[in-house]
Design a binder for this molecule. Structure first.
Ligand SMILES: NC(=O)c1ccc[n+]([C@@H]2O[C@H](COP(=O)([O-])OP(=O)(O)OC[C@H]3O[C@@H](n4cnc5c(N)ncnc54)[C@H](O)[C@@H]3O)[C@@H](O)[C@H]2O)c1
Length: 340
């Protein structure tokens, strides 16, 4: 097998999950890293034994680089994806793929004209609990889904926003809690529920109103295409990053995600179905454990030439559509219908 050479753009908090995955994949080599922080970039390049670039456009000129991982602030995703696709690279981008759906449309056009593929990182779909839950739903183990509720309580404080000034601003982050933290929860809800037809949502900035111009709390009531109901609540105002609590109420019982463990409750019995464990010591458990699997699937897709499936642009657009709909509904104070 030919070795695929990778570059990572943006060496902040999340890049270690990409680095670790690249180290574990066969016939993949980290060839370069890019960061506008030259001191940090040079030190990391020495540690990783790879090239360093300050300007990603220079890195894109290196014909030896096959795959580009984008781990930068949200407002840079679209321009970096467009430039990397235009340079003939394969592109794996952190979520959200873009700041909004208008940007997604531009990316879709560029992708249709490009030789390379685009993958987006929604690693939580690949958690053992998510895969097992999806299987239970596909098998209709407990009958029809009646309702899905999700409760996310994490902690993001003023220093978190102060340390990375791109966060907490609509212009550079595109929102906060919804587009950055809770987007995984919304993605899982729509993936398990089979598509949302309409929603009514509210966003608020409660504790952080002196620090950010975006939201720290949000909730929504959703209708799924199969008639099921949805309840969503998320806040960054907790004092720790608690595991996602998700419940799927079905005709003959419930599927419960609690403490990263999936339970099936039916006929008076509670049975453990699957559990997530964290393979990387430097990876935070609440980020989920699927980076390696998501990146591996992307590299398999590159080698086979088939679509990336789970990580495709169309899949990435679905949660972004929910994020946009909640912002719009909150502004309009009414239900918003989603187009398929
Ligand atoms: N999948 C997940 O669960 C998960 C978790 C955390 C973060 N993320 C995503 O990862 C991305 C990065 O988040 P983060 O928390 O690592 O951010 P961060 O602020 O910690 O790091 C961003 C890095 O990008 C660098 N950078 C900024 N502008 C650049 C440019 N023009 N060229 C090259 N480098 C540049 C910064 O110097 C910094 O090192 C975001 O999209 C975020 O939503 C995903």
């Amino acid at each position: 097998m030919n070795t695929l050479n990778a570059a990572i753009i943006g060496c902040g908090a999340i890049h270690v999950c990409h680095l670790e995955a690249l180290r574990q994949l066969p016939d993949v080599a980290l060839r370069a890293i890019v960061d506008t922080d030259t001191d940090k970039g040079l030190a990391l390049a020495a540690e990783y034994d790879c090239d360093f670039y300050h300007d990603y456009r220079e890195m894109l000129c290196d014909p030896a680089i096959d795959v580009v991982h984008i781990c930068t602030p949200h407002f840079l995703h679209k321009p970096m994806i467009l430039a990397a696709l235009a340079a003939g690279k394969q592109v794996f981008c952190e979520k959200p793929v873009a700041m909004n759906l208008a940007e997604v449309a531009e990316i879709r056009q560029a992708e249709s004209e490009a030789s390379g593929q685009l993958g987006v990182c929604y690693q939580n779909r690949l958690n053992p609990t998510s895969l097992a839950l999806r299987e239970q739903l596909d098998e209709k183990a407990l009958g029809k889904v009646l309702s899905i509720s999700a409760f996310l309580s994490w902690s993001r404080t003023a220093p978190y926003y102060g340390n990375s000034p791109w966060r907490g601003r609509f212009a550079t982050e595109g929102g906060s809690l919804l587009i950055n933290q809770a987007i995984h929860t919304l993605d899982l809800m729509q993936w398990f529920g089979g598509g949302v037809t309409r929603l009514k949502g509210v966003v608020d900035c409660a504790r952080l109103s002196d620090t950010i111009d975006t939201e720290d709390t949000a909730m929504a009531t959703l209708d799924f295409s199969n008639g099921a109901h949805g309840l969503f609540f998320a806040s960054n105002n907790h004092t720790r990053d608690a595991p996602l609590q998700l419940e799927i109420h079905c005709e003959r019982g419930e599927l419960l995600l609690r403490d990263n463990t999936l339970w099936r409750v039916a006929e008076g019995k509670r049975v453990m179905i699957a559990s997530d464990t964290t393979p990387y010591s430097h990876s935070k458990s609440y980020w989920g454990i699927g980076h390696l699997q998501a990146i591996q699937r992307f590299y398999n897709a590159i080698r086979s030439g088939h679509s990336t499936g789970y990580t495709s642009l169309d899949e990435a657009a679905k949660s972004l559509q929910l994020v946009e709909a909640i912002y719009r509904s909150s502004q309009l104070r009414q239900w918003v219908t989603l187009t398929a």
